[in-house]
Write a protein that binds this ligand. Structure first.
Ligand SMILES: [Zn+2]
Length: 123
């Protein structure tokens, strides 16, 4: 549904009782999808008639985050984001290493060098 900027800000203020919205340009960090969103990005969804017919939704596809999960991008949060990004980078490296090892193993399996040896004698 389309709402004017003013209406949207009003809805944000009404439905997000956890943090203050001064303007639609304010940023929030979504804890669920890990994206930085602005009030402008937030989607206003019309729900079935109930006490509160409007609902706020994260603009990210498939993200079901609620306003309580949108935190202010304070230093703490930004550090956390940086850490997650670093972790992702590290994870990528691990994946790459894993792939390299796999292709190595494939190569060695393909070669016909058998490691058949007599059973190690103990004692
Ligand atoms: Zn989200």
């Amino acid at each position: 549904m389309t709402v004017s900027d003013e209406e949207k800000l009003d809805v944000l203020r009404r439905l997000d009782q956890f943090r203050q919205w001064q303007s639609l340009d304010q940023k929030r960090y979504c804890l669920v999808c890990g994206e930085m969103i602005t009030g402008r990005d937030v989607q206003v969804i019309e729900t079935a008639p109930s006490e509160e017919p409007l609902r706020l939704a994260c603009p990210t596809e498939h993200c079901q985050a609620m306003p309580i999960e949108w935190v202010l991008p304070t230093d703490d949060v930004l550090i956390k984001i940086a850490m997650v990004e670093a972790e992702r980078g590290w994870f990528r490296l691990v994946q790459q290493a894993g792939r390299a090892i796999q292709s190595c193993q494939r190569r060695s399996k393909g070669s016909k060098i058998s490691r058949r040896r007599s059973k190690p004698t103990r004692g």
